[in-house]
Design a protein around this ligand. Structure first.
Ligand SMILES: [Zn+2]
Length: 110
């Protein structure tokens, strides 16, 4: 799996504006804004299919989002291979959060 840790390169965060987004029209999709329009984020992990980055208003320390790099607004849109890959990336990131010394009581996926 090709990957890179861009955390040292990026200094910005992403915030969802709340504007409506459809499956057919990704123009208001905050994630497509990152991958297709090059909007900056603080990237934690990235490969050719999946990205993990810090959110602007984290619920807890270590709050990151794990998303596909294609416009797939609904979880059910993921094919089995991509869904599996996303979960494996989330598992690795969860392990890294545990190992980095960040004080977190647990890891939640939602
Ligand atoms: Zn999108």
């Amino acid at each position: 799996m090709a990957s890179r840790n861009a955390g040292s390169e990026a200094t910005y965060f992403v915030e969802y504006s709340g504007d409506s987004m459809t499956k057919e029209d990704p123009s208001n999709c905050p994630f497509c804004g990152i991958f297709e329009r090059g909007e900056p984020v603080s990237m934690v992990w990235e490969d050719d299919q999946v990205a993990v980055f810090v959110v602007l208003k984290p619920v807890n320390l270590g709050n990151v989002v794990v998303v596909p790099k294609r416009h797939l607004p609904y979880f059910a849109d993921l094919d089995d291979e991509l869904a599996t890959h996303i979960m494996l990336v989330a598992k690795r990131v969860a392990a890294s959060i545990r190992e980095c010394g960040l004080q977190c009581e647990g890891i939640n996926l939602f």
